[in-house]
Design a protein around this ligand. Structure first.
Ligand SMILES: Cc1cc2nc3c(=O)[nH]c(=O)nc-3n(C[C@H](O)[C@H](O)[C@H](O)COP(=O)(O)O)c2cc1C
Length: 212
């Protein structure tokens, strides 16, 4: 092999070996009708990233587990307790917080928004958020009735989570589950996916994230 050929083969090898691994995305769902789209959200991210999922008890009313890719583990509050038996066992919410590069809560309910803003952590999902390392990005896509969205609690809670460094993917105006045309619907799944992916890829380009 000529010298220049061997150099370019070596360069290629180095590029392959230093290629960043796939991002680890932790998807969370709360008890909103929009959680019916959670399977679709998981499928969207699954093609690009390693995906794990966390569901609140209320969200399970809306999630069709069969709609999730079979490789995506869906964790619930029961797993937090069943995986811990003795002092040396790992604690699930801490393990998931360490595993994830990015967390995305979509849909985020009014209830969980309030809990995060107040630092409450009474289930698996909010325990992960309460222990979150805010040098890593956490996105939320709220979904709620427009009466809840425009309620003054929401504004206060959004200010508080913004102070924590949580990124808001705002809800949109459309026909809601109650029938009215109003603001409060979860942003489209494609928009949530592209927002997170653009964020990750821009950080990789800027060299701010070193994964491998
Ligand atoms: C049919 C139905 C639909 C609901 N949709 C929403 C919703 O879109 N957004 C919301 O914030 N709460 C909604 N709720 C209320 C939440 O499910 C409730 O506040 C629950 O405690 C949220 O729990 P979580 O935050 O732990 O998921 C709905 C309740 C019902 C019964």
């Amino acid at each position: 092999m000529a010298y220049s050929e061997s150099m370019s083969a070596e360069r290629e090898l180095i590029q392959v070996n230093t290629a960043p691994r796939n991002p680890r995305i932790l998807l969370g769902a709360c008890g909103s009708v929009a959680a019916m789209k959670f399977g679709n959200l998981c499928r969207c991210f699954f093609g690009w990233a390693e995906v794990r999922a966390v569901a609140t008890k209320a969200s399970l009313q809306f999630i069709d587990r069969a709609s999730l890719p079979k490789e995506v583990i869906l964790y619930t509050d029961e797993d937090e307790w069943s995986s811990w038996k003795k002092i040396s066992d790992p604690v699930l919410h801490i393990e998931l917080r360490k595993w994830a590069d990015i967390m995305v809560i979509a849909p985020l309910s009014a209830n969980t928004l309030g809990k995060i803003a107040g630092g409450l952590c009474d289930n698996l999902l909010t325990s992960i958020v309460r222990a979150w390392d805010f040098s890593k990005q956490l996105f939320v896509a709220p979904a709620m009735n427009s009466f809840s969205w425009t309620n003054s609690f929401t504004e206060r809670h959004i200010v508080l989570i913004d102070d924590l460094g949580i990124s808001l993917i705002p809800p949109v105006t459309k026909r809601l589950a109650g029938g009215e045309y109003a603001n409060g619907a979860m942003a489209e799944v494609d928009l949530i996916y592209s927002t997170v992916r653009l964020f990750w890829e821009s950080r990789i380009r800027q060299g701010e994230l070193r994964v491998g």
